[in-house]
Design a binder for this molecule. Structure first.
Ligand code: CDP
Length: 257
């Protein structure tokens, strides 16, 4: 691990050079941050669970024809992905009001939205990922019209698919965040899904109890974060018997060597 070239270290992941040109290793850390990294913590085993959940979802999305950067999971905390140029726009899809939209527009959390809403935020830690309009994206050249159309199209397709997937395991998909990248292939440049999809970037509520099974447990000091993330994994049929804490210890030592 230490011999590999680190390309970038983010809040929840580290990116290393991959074994082939055009590939990257995504390493999932246990670090948790919220409110633009004002709140920091460690959730033992989160990286392992998110790596597996993201693998599961990206594989399923590829099966329904959504192009993604995912190639294969290579270890408990790592996955091999295609190197892309990240489009600096976060795409948020909302089905039920919560978080930002509730605060901004005064809509009670839990209110179903009349239809799924796609929002864009400018990816900037310094600015706290501000909400922007399509006009900003185009005027500042963060993405072009075709990319905007593709991101919106894929976001809604992913929302349809994931809403059904989670409904099938008794979970409401309240909202989630996506990131896309540009993949250059010769003359062509295609828009593909990148980053991760995990309880870190989704709001997931148990259908019966309303219990939060996502990062809001950390943001709002509710506790039980890992139990919630593991419950999502368990319902998806992932890591059914794993002792995440043990795995977390072992692998974390590996990364720090
Ligand atoms: O509640 P918060 O201020 O984090 O933002 P939001 O706009 O309500 O977030 C909508 C959804 O996108 C939630 O599921 C967040 O977890 C996710 N999100 C994210 O993963 N990363 C961000 N930088 C912003 C939102």
């Amino acid at each position: 691990m230490s011999r590999r070239n680190k390309i970038y270290e983010g809040k929840a992941k580290v990116l290393f050079e991959g074994p082939e040109p055009g590939t990257i290793i995504q390493y999932f850390k246990d670090d948790a941050t919220a409110f633009n990294a004002e709140k920091k913590g460690t959730l033992a085993g989160k990286g392992v669970v998110n790596n597996h959940i993201s693998e599961y979802i990206f594989t399923a999305l590829a099966d329904i024809g959504v192009p993604t950067h995912f190639i294969e999971r290579t270890s408990m905390r790592e996955q091999l992905v295609k190197a892309v140029e990240i489009i600096p726009v976060e795409v948020i899809v909302r089905n039920i009001a919560a978080g930002g939209i509730s605060k901004r527009l005064g809509i009670d959390e839990g209110t179903p939205l009349p239809r799924p809403i796609v929002e864009f935020c400018y990816k900037s830690d310094e600015l706290g990922d501000p909400l922007i309009a399509e006009e900003h994206v185009l005027a500042f050249g963060w993405a072009d019209e075709i990319e905007l159309e593709e991101m919106t199209h894929y976001a809604l397709r992913i929302n349809d698919f994931l809403s059904g997937l989670f409904a099938g395991i008794g979970i409401k998909l309240v909202d989630f965040k996506l990131e896309f990248g540009r993949l250059y292939e010769g003359e062509d440049c295609i828009t593909i899904l990148a980053d991760e999809i995990s309880p870190d970037g989704c709001r997931l509520w148990d259908m019966k109890t309303g219990e939060k099974l996502d990062k809001d447990r950390f943001r709002r000091d509710l506790g039980g974060e890992m139990e919630a993330y593991q419950e999502v994994a368990r319902r998806l049929g992932i890591l059914p018997n794993a002792d995440i804490t043990e795995i977390a210890d072992h692998q974390n030592k590996g990364q720090k060597q």
